[in-house]
Ligand binder design. Structure first.
Ligand SMILES: Cc1cc2nc3c(=O)[nH]c(=O)nc-3n(C[C@H](O)[C@H](O)[C@H](O)COP(=O)(O)OP(=O)(O)OC[C@H]3O[C@@H](n4cnc5c(N)ncnc54)[C@H](O)[C@@H]3O)c2cc1C
Length: 475
C-alpha cells in the first residue's frame, strides 16, 4: 500500500459507477473523450508523488509505506510547513486551477479524523469509524469527492419544510447493515474522477433536522448512487484553442442517493445536530490551509498572465496598468505571508484547539475578492485582444494565414504566440471554463456573505467593540 501511480489511479476508476453526461450514461470515464484531458492531468498528479517522493510523502505510521503529505497530522510547525510545501508543489503542478484536486479532500478528512474524539463523544464507534476510514484512504491513496450542500430548490425553507422532505439527503431507516439514505446533494466537484464520496457537515442544521444531520463516506459504485454532471467544457478543441478547458475541467455533478445503503463502519454522524454543526470548527484547519495555498498559486498564475498580456500589446510601461498588475502581485505576496501564519495556526489547532481565525479570514474573505479582482484586471488591460483570437485552423488557411501573421502580431512576439496567449486569457476568464472558475472562486468556501457574517457574529466582534467602550468610558 501507499502512494499510487497514475496508471493505478486510472485503472481504479473503471468500476460500475453511474455517471451521466449530456443524456448518456458514461460506462468508462477513462475512455470518454471529454474526460481524457482531465484524467491525464489527475494521473500526472499521482505520478508526481513518485517523482518528488521526498517532498510529497511521509511514511505511513501503519507500515512505513510512503503516503501523501496531505494526510500529515501536523503537530509541529515543521510538520505543518512540510504539509504546506507539498501542497504548494502539487497546486503549482496544476497552476492552482483545480480547486478540488485530491489534496483538498485529503486535508478535509485529516481535519475530521483529528476531531475523532468529539465525533465519538456520545457513540464511540463513530469516532473509531472515522479514524479507520482516514487510515484506509491515506494508505490506499484514494481520491475523494465531497458534497455538503442541499439542492437549492427553495432556500427560504429548511430541508424538512420543502414540498418533498426527501429532496435534501436524509435518513430513511436504520438496518442491521447500516443506514439507508435518500435525496440529493450539490455540488460534487471531481465526482467522475474520484474513488469515494464524502458527505459531510457544512451549513448548520436546526433542532428537528436530525435526519438531515449526516456524515458518511461510500464508494462511487455503491448501488443507488448516481451522478448527473454538468455539460463538459472540454469540447475536443485543440490545446492551442482551449489550453485550459482541454486539461483542467474537473467537472461538477449533482449527487443523487436513491435509497443508498451506507454500511455502519462508514457512518460518522447520524442525527447528532450538535456534532454536525460544530465538527469543522473543532478541526486544525488543514483543508483551509490547502484551499488558501491553492488560491495563492492561482493568483500567482493570474499575475504572471497579466504581465505577459501587457507586454504583448506594448502597454507594460503604462503606469495605471503597472499599478493594477502590481496590486495582483502584491495580493499574491500577502497571501504567501498569511499562509505562513496559517501553518502556525493549524499547528496550534492540532495541539491546543485554537480556532483558525486568520486562515478563515484569508480563505473566506480575501481570496474570493482577490480572485475576482485579478480577473477584472486581465479583462480591463486586454481590450479587444481578448476577443480577436482566431483558431489554429485560421492560421493554417492559405488565403488568410498571412494576414493574421501580419495584423495580429504583438510588440515582441509573432501572431501565433500572441493569439495563443490571449486564448489562454480568454479560456481563463471568458470561456465556460473561465466563467465557472469565477463562480467557483466566489462560492469556494460557501456563500461569501454567510461566511463574512460569521465574523460579525463571532466573539471577535465583541473584542473590537470593547475597544470603543474603553474609549467612551475614558471620557
Ligand atoms: C463551481 C462550483 C463547484 C462547487 N463544488 C462543490 C463541491 O465539490 N462540494 C460541495 O459540497 N459544494 C460545492 N459547491 C457548492 C458550494 O458549496 C455552494 O455554491 C455554496 O455553499 C453556496 O450555496 P448555494 O450554491 O446553494 O447558494 P445559496 O446559498 O442558495 O446562495 C444563493 C444566493 O443567496 C444569497 N443568500 C444566502 N443566504 C441568504 C439569506 N439568508 N438571505 C438572503 N440571501 C441569502 C447568497 O448570498 C447568494 O447570493 C460548488 C459550487 C460551485 C459554484
Amino acid at each position: 500500500m501507499g502512494i499510487r501511480t497514475g496508471s493505478e489511479y486510472v485503472e481504479s476508476l473503471r468500476d460500475g459507477r453511474s455517471i451521466f453526461v449530456n443524456g448518456e450514461r458514461v460506462k468508462d470515464v477513462t475512455r470518454y473523450d471529454p474526460f481524457r484531458g482531465i484524467v491525464a492531468t489527475m494521473a500526472s498528479l499521482y505520478d508526481l508523488q513518485h517523482e518528488r517522493i521526498g517532498e510529497l510523502t511521509f511514511p505511513s505510521p501503519r507500515d512505513g509505506a510512503p503516503v501523501s503529505a496531505s494526510f500529515l497530522m501536523a503537530d509541529s510547525i515543521e510538520a505543518a510547513e512540510r504539509r504546506a510545501r507539498a501542497e504548494e508543489i502539487r497546486a503549482d503542478h496544476t497552476f492552482g486551477l483545480m480547486g478540488r484536486m485530491p489534496d483538498f479532500c485529503n486535508a478535509l478528512l485529516t481535519d475530521a479524523a483529528t476531531a475523532h474524539a468529539f465525533v465519538g463523544r456520545r457513540e464511540a464507534r463513530y469516532g473509531e469509524n472515522l479514524v479507520r476510514y482516514y487510515e484506509e484512504v491515506r494508505d490506499r491513496d484514494w481520491c475523494l469527492t465531497h458534497t455538503l450542500v442541499d439542492p437549492q430548490i427553495d432556500r427560504s425553507k429548511g430541508p424538512a419544510e420543502q414540498d418533498d422532505p426527501f429532496a435534501a439527503l436524509r435518513l430513511v431507516r436504520e438496518t442491521d447493515a447500516g443506514i439507508v439514505v435518500r435525496g440529493a446533494k450539490m455540488l460534487s466537484t471531481l465526482a467522475p474522477f474520484a474513488n469515494e464520496i464524502w458527505v459531510g457537515p457544512f451549513y448548520p442544521r436546526r433542532p428537528g433536522e436530525e435526519p438531515y444531520a449526516l456524515c458518511f463516506a461510500i464508494r462511487m459504485d455503491t448501488p443507488g448512487l448516481k451522478f448527473i454532471c454538468r455539460e463538459t467544457y472540454d469540447t475536443g478543441r485543440s490545446r492551442f484553442d482551449r489550453p485550459l478547458s482541454s486539461r483542467f475541467d474537473e467537472e461538477d455533478a449533482l449527487a443523487v442517493f436513491d435509497d443508498v445503503l451506507v454500511p455502519w463502519e462508514r457512518v460518522f454522524i447520524n442525527g447528532d445536530v450538535e456534532i454536525f454543526n460544530s465538527l469543522m470548527a473543532r478541526t486544525p484547519g488543514y483543508a483551509m490551509l490547502q484551499g488558501a495555498i491553492r488560491g495563492m498559486v492561482k493568483l500567482r498564475f493570474l499575475a504572471g498572465l497579466a504581465c505577459h498580456l501587457a507586454e504583448a500589446i506594448g502597454r507594460a510601461d503604462t503606469p495605471h496598468l503597472q499599478a493594477q498588475i502590481g496590486e495582483t502581485i502584491a495580493n499574491a505576496e500577502a497571501l504567501s505571508g498569511l499562509i505562513r501564519a496559517g501553518a502556525h495556526e493549524v499547528t496550534w489547532g492540532a495541539t491546543r484547539g485554537t480556532p483558525h481565525r486568520s486562515l478563515a479570514a484569508t480563505l473566506w474573505v480575501l481570496i474570493p475578492q482577490m480572485q475576482m479582482r485579478a480577473a477584472e484586471v486581465i479583462r480591463q488591460l486586454s481590450g479587444s485582444g481578448l476577443i480577436m483570437t482566431p483558431t489554429e485552423k485560421d492560421f493554417a488557411h492559405p488565403e488568410i494565414g498571412a494576414y493574421l501573421e501580419k495584423y495580429l502580431r504583438g510588440k515582441n512576439l509573432g501572431a501565433r504566440d500572441r493569439v495563443r496567449l490571449f486564448k489562454l486569457a480568454w479560456d481563463m476568464i471568458g470561456e465556460p471554463f473561465g466563467s465557472r472558475q469565477l463562480q467557483y472562486e466566489w462560492f469556494y468556501s460557501g456563500d461569501p456573505y454567510f461566511t463574512r457574517a460569521r465574523f460579525y457574529r463571532s466573539p471577535i466582534a465583541r473584542e473590537f467593540k470593547s475597544m470603543v467602550g474603553r474609549l467612551l468610558r475614558d471620557e
